[in-house]
Design a protein around this ligand. Sequence first.
Ligand SMILES: CC(=O)N[C@H]1[C@@H](OP(=O)(O)OP(=O)(O)OC[C@H]2O[C@@H](n3ccc(=O)[nH]c3=O)[C@H](O)[C@@H]2O)O[C@H](CO)[C@@H](O)[C@@H]1O
Length: 369
Amino acid sequence: MGVLRSVVLAGGGTGGHIYPLLAFADCLRRHFPEVRITTLGSPKGMENELIPPAGYDLRVIPAFQLPRALNLDLLRTPDRMYKSAHAAGKVIDEVEADVVVGFGGYVSVPAYLAAWRRELPIVVHEVNVPPGVANRMGMKFTKNIAVGFPHQPQLAESLRDARVVGVPLRTAITGLDRPALRPEALAHFGLRPDLPVLFVSGGSSGARTINLAVAGAAKKLSHAGVQVLHVQGGRNDPFDVPSDLPVPYVVVPYLSDMQLGYAAADLMLCRGGAITVAETTALGLPAIYVPYPYSNQEQRRNAGPVVEAGGGLLVDNAELSPDWVERTVIPLARDPQRLAAMGTAASAYGRRDGDEALLDFVCQAVAGR
Ligand SMILES: CC(=O)N[C@H]1[C@@H](OP(=O)(O)OP(=O)(O)OC[C@H]2O[C@@H](n3ccc(=O)[nH]c3=O)[C@H](O)[C@@H]2O)O[C@H](CO)[C@@H](O)[C@@H]1O
């Protein structure tokens, strides 16, 4: 592994782009304690809440929104894009970057453009199929494409030559021993050790359909002895849960210590965001996936292979209702043997070394420049 002196990481918008960036930054720091790490973000994305507290230098550059479809008009409507690329370039020059690694989100595009103009190595890390529009643009400037899951190169022409590296996950998650942390996690949330826990999360922004369906089944869950730990999601409206339930139903707005939720859980109900899928499988946590229906089917593709491998269930967003929760989730949550079998299958699909594998790939890209 060669030496890296200065690395620019670009990615923003939602947690799905930012957490892998942070996990990769931590890995870089472990291997190269002296490396200068600079991140590029946009003014309004979650990076502003997540990156500075993690101790990394965040440079905010002017935002511009890409159209969902990628076409050359982009290059002909340049004002805002050039302004952003110019700002990205100034940062790249100032920190004398060796390489730009992008994780997707609009803010990656100016970083890719500026790096390309300077003939700097670019690495694109993509976790979705089809790849997001920002990374599709990045792929026009580099052959160094890394993906999160083994099935992805077969599903998209642009990913055909991509290296499968997995998803960089935070060490709080890769280092998690769920049974060991479980007592502390249960106590933290005020949950009982003698009853199963359903952990509900709609991804980094939350999911209204999930919130309403599970909260609507609160009474049935509770009377069946299933406890609930429910993350409302940072950008979601509050919902009502009856206050006189016989077993705990705990609602939290957002979990910055997500590992505590995973440690408390026996079963998860979640969207199929790529990082969430990478985490549940790395941890061997059985999950019911409810893919977000409005984004290119990417979440269905993320969760599908795990479910085929036996690591969980998949339900359409339109089918998820309090009734469905009662009929399907309650019996599963009360069946430890089935949960254990699903957990083993999930675990066989998951991996915990995505950060190291991506670092290896980045070092090769820099060495081969
Ligand atoms: C609606 C949409 O377009 N979603 C996309 C978005 O999802 P989203 O931003 O929700 O990302 P993921 O589900 O992939 O990851 C969520 C991340 O947030 C963390 N977390 C979540 C809740 C919480 O309270 N605390 C916490 O730390 C999770 O542990 C995980 O690390 O980006 C993903 C990765 O590009 C895509 O696959 C998803 O399709």
